[in-house]
Write a protein that binds this ligand. Structure first.
Ligand code: XMP
Length: 515
């Protein structure tokens, strides 16, 4: 990025933690990017990295198709930190030895160090670290000194200061290594010489310059959903090109309560963005009439969205760019442990195909950012908390939470229940600690009693999960009174619901959305 110092490149060997490493580096205010382990050396060099970090990975260096970097990487002349599998690569490629260790180490261990290289500067001589490995370094390569040990790992940390190579068997990036942040900070600042100059203020300036250079006198159209990513992208682009940005907001009838009003108020009234509101509720409802199959619902919603968006965009006249809130995790070419593509669990609703059809160039100003950075950026740009801190909401909206038939009446019922659940969560001050909270309306009815009346009404299920990145999730442990208040209010205030359940399925095996 222009205006920001040289980046740290995280070379990804298939570790589940590569993204976490990159985020930790950014938390140390140094820009980082993730590249696949087999990135050609010229491409690595083109990024002008200040240092390289080898991520861990599930392979053994002795495996037939063990992922190895180009050996030229050791001649780039920049510091390299090898983590877990990364340090084993040092041993394997530079003349040491890696062995399957007799005692595999998983979980907490204690590092003893008397380091003088600077890697553990300011770190306690005896500190907790987190291990997860089967193989281990049996002989360090020539020129390496041991700088730290654990009970089961005599080579838990090694270094060759002259060659600028540092390796740790444990994972400094995880929270279970409490002083890991300090170690990574030592590596990026003291050892690699990076300034702490990556923050959202500096990002805004360089991003605005970048958008202006790219867009020139062109016009930009942006599909605004009211979610965090498209909202932040829109406001950032608006700062850069003003009225040459037009946002299109499609009300598909599958939105949360008061959503259309909120979006219009924030973007049109507060930010003075040229916002086109398209009321397509009836079209979506008729496309969904009688459809119960989840994939079919998703396809219909996705296709119709493209149709509606395209019609509206044509009405705007000539456009040059389509803005999207694509984030870094969507961009990173992930190295899968098996080497194979991962299965599509659900078809995601997006505007794929649109740019080619409409002959538009893509403008994705957030494609280098992680979600928490996008939130920080949104705050920096003055977006209100209620937008910036919002839980994720799927493109197909309440359509995939209205299990079974999707009708206006059922959607209204669901909207009311959802609003009450979120309201109670916010009142209990739990909203920011939850990744996502949602309500599903189930395709069953149940008997109840209200007053002296027998009722036969709809059933809803509450779901709230904690998660880092939506790939895995755990159900949120509510204080019982929050659930009780929510259930009471839903049964009393929402006309057609007489029973409330709480979903305690984690992901896997469940997904976050039901459909
Ligand atoms: P699942 O249900 O697959 O969801 O565990 C993971 C995360 O993705 C969100 N989600 C979507 N987001 N378009 C989106 O933009 C979609 O079609 C879509 N489907 C699911 C879901 O809400 C959760 O945060």
């Amino acid at each position: 990025m222009e205006g920001i110092g040289r980046p740290i490149v995280v070379l990804d060997f298939g570790a589940q933690y590569s993204k976490l490493i990159a985020r930790r580096v950014r938390e140390a205010k140094v820009f980082s990017l993730i590249l696949p382990y087999d990135t050609p050396i010229d491409q690595v060099r083109a990024h002008n990295p200040a240092a390289i970090i080898f991520s861990g990975g599930p392979s053994s260096v002795h495996a037939d198709r063990a992922p190895l970097p180009d050996p030229e990487i050791f001649r780039l002349g920049v510091p390299i930190l090898g983590i877990c599998y990364g340090v084993q690569l040092f041993a394997h490629m530079l003349g040491g030895r890696v062995e399957r260790s007799d005692r595999r180490e998983y979980g907490i261990a204690h590092l003893e160090h008397s380091d003088t290289t600077g890697l553990f500067s300011g770190v306690d001589g005896h500190t907790q670290v987190w291990m997860s490995h089967g193989d281990a370094v049996a002989d360090p390569p020539p020129g390496f000194a041991v700088i730290g040990t654990t009970e089961n790992s005599p080579y838990a940390a090694i270094a060759n200061v002259d060659a600028q190579l540092y390796g740790v068997q444990f994972h400094p990036e995880v929270v279970h290594t409490p002083q890991g942040t300090r170690m990574l900070s030592n590596f990026v600042h003291a050892i690699s010489g990076c300034d702490a100059d990556w923050d959202m203020g500096s990002f805004v300036d360089s991003a605005i310059r970048g958008i202006r250079d790219r867009v020139g006198e062109g016009r930009v159209v942006c599909g605004l959903s009211g979610g965090v990513d498209s909202s932040v992208a829109a406001v950032l682009i608006h700062r850069a090109v003003g009225d040459r940005l037009t946002c299109v907001f499609v009300n598909n009838g599958l939105l949360r309560k008061d959503e259309p009003d909120l979006v219009q108020e924030v973007f049109r009234d507060n930010f003075h963005i040229d916002l086109r509101y398209v009321d397509a509720e009836e079209r979506f409802l008729s496309a969904l009439a009688g459809i119960e199959d989840p994939e079919e619902k998703r396809k219909r919603i996705g296709n119709l969205f493209i149709e509606v968006f395209e019609e509206e965009a044509h009405r705007l006249g000539h456009m040059d760019f389509l803005a999207q809130g694509t984030l870094y995790p969507d961009v990173i070419e992930s190295v899968s442990a098996t080497g194979g593509p991962s299965a599509t669990i659900k078809s995601h609703h997006n505007v794929g195909g649109l740019p080619e059809q409409m002959n538009l160039q893509l403008l994705e100003p957030l494609r280098e950012l992680f979600k928490d950075e996008v939130r920080a950026l949104g705050k920096e740009l003055g977006l209100p908390e209620k937008i910036v801190m919002r839980h994720p909401f799927p493109g197909p909206g309440l359509g995939v939470r209205c299990i079974g038939a999707v009708t206006k009446e059922r959607l209204d019922t669901l909207r009311e229940a959802d609003a009450i659940f979120i309201d109670e969560i916010k009142k209990a001050d739990l909203y920011d600690g939850i990744w996502q909270a949602l309500v599903d309306l189930l395709p069953v009815r149940s008997v109840g009693v209200q007053g002296d009346e027998r009722t036969y009404e709809e059933v809803c299920s509450l779901r709230a999960v904690t998660s880092e990145d939506a790939m895995t999730a755990d159900w949120f442990r509510f204080p019982p009174d929050v659930l009780q208040r929510t259930a009471n209010r839903i049964c009393n205030e929402v006309q057609h619901i007489n029973r409330v359940l709480y979903d305690i399925t984690s992901k896997p095996p469940g997904t976050i959305e039901w459909e």
